[in-house]
Design a protein around this ligand. Structure first.
Ligand SMILES: Cc1ncc(COP(=O)(O)O)c(C=O)c1O
Length: 372
């Protein structure tokens, strides 16, 4: 393994996270001086929510993060209490006191939610969600918005922001985004309320011209992916060969015996499988063994899979599954999915190793989590 190990990693399958890249990407999205809300839901898009949040706060001037649930918010708040946290998803009324106690900001997802807010909501901080076309969460009309504002003020709830979400932000200058943006702007203006934070853009939405909002919520771009710009991917997935054998023509490999060798072939086994988020749809795809392309053959098992090689390589040879040779965008195209799905399904079983300025500055091992 190329890096100096300062900890025990019992299985040599790991994710490298490049914090120089994260810093570069976050600074890139800061250039317009809008408040940058760094989206770290789903374990920081698989990168490790505590680590990326703490790094972003300490090195990249990030003061706001967004998560999907109060669980995620509470977890991060306990370790990085300096950060302001916005919960983008729905929160049950019974947990509102936890949000208040821990200074966590919730959303108002509908008029009905505002109407039924209990008395215990006094002192809660919220952003109101406006639905401009996703038809997921949010109020839809100016009248509903006005009613929500009145209810919240009467219940002693602090209205700190208002926001919406693009449905088709990856279509540059798309009509849908323009329609949503204009509708959002009109609704906010018509409410006559001075919202401290106003935001609609996600990563790709932040390339839409916007002279109205003062904040944006960026997830995927911070981790290095955008439909419009070359950013710096933070994540690489690597493993090592743990067994190698030469098989005869017509011998089969893996479950179902669906793969048969065409001739004498070298088959290497690597310790990663679908339980790691390395899903069965990767069968037949290319990985890089010592920077040389090789094919994943046979069914992907729960914890292991096999590669066909042109020649023998020793046990311990490094294999790149995601990285400079094999970008996530290529994998997404080849497996008919999106980068979001690939990175968020990489399981907690894989240790994350954090690199910054040519040093390992932290790690997160499954069974031995560490936040320092
Ligand atoms: C409401 C909301 N805002 C912002 C984001 C971040 O989007 P992106 O990762 O494209 O920047 C998401 C992502 O799913 C979201 O659901």
């Amino acid at each position: 393994m190329s890096m100096q190990e300062s900890f025990n990693m019992f299985r040599k399958t790991w994710i490298d996270i490049d914090f120089d890249a994260l810093e570069f990407n976050l600074k890139h999205f800061r250039r317009d001086n809008k408040e940058l809300i760094f989206v770290v839901k789903a374990n920081g898009y698989g990168h490790g929510d505590l680590k990326v949040s703490k790094f972003a706060y300490q090195h990249c001037d990030i003061n706001w993060i967004a998560v999907s649930s109060l669980d995620e918010a509470y977890h991060i708040h306990k370790h990085v209490p300096e950060l302001n946290i916005l919960v983008l998803g729905y929160t049950d009324y019974q947990y509102i006191p936890i949000a208040i106690e821990n200074n966590i900001t919730l959303i108002i997802p509908s008029l009905e939610y505002a109407q039924n807010l209990p008395e215990t909501s006094h002192g809660l901080h919220v952003h109101i969600k406006v639905d401009t076309g996703m038809n997921r969460l949010g109020c839809k009309t100016a009248n509903e918005l006005q009613e929500i504002i009145n209810i919240l003020l009467s219940k002693g709830v602090f209205i700190d922001g208002i926001f919406s979400h693009f449905a088709c932000s990856d279509q540059k200058d798309g009509d849908m985004s323009k329609k949503q943006y204009n509708q959002f702007k009109e609704m906010v203006i018509s409410s006559n309320y001075n919202f401290p934070m106003v935001h609609i853009a996600n990563t790709d939405g932040s390339y839409i011209k916007d002279d109205f909002c003062n904040a944006k919520r960026v997830g995927l771009g911070a981790y290095g992916y955008s439909a419009f710009e070359n950013l710096k991917p933070c994540l690489s997935l690597k493993t090592q060969v743990i067994a190698i054998k030469e098989i005869e023509k017509d011998e089969s490999v893996s479950y179902g015996a669906v793969y048969h060798a065409n001739k004498k072939e070298w088959i290497a086994t690597i310790p990663i499988g679908y339980a790691d988020g390395w899903l069965r749809r990767n069968e037949g795809r290319t990985v890089y063994v010592n920077n040389t392309p090789a094919t994943l053959i046979g069914r992907i098992c729960m914890d292991q899979c096999m590669i066909r090689l042109d020649e023998y390589v020793p046990i311990g040879t490094e294999v790149e599954l995601i990285g400079p040779n094999m970008p996530i965008t290529t994998i997404a195209n080849e497996t008919q999915t999106i980068p979001y799905e690939i990175i968020t399904t990489l399981s907690d079983r894989i240790p994350r190793i954090y690199h910054y300025k040519n040093e390992i500055i932290g790690h997160c091992l499954t069974r031995f989590p560490s936040v320092d």
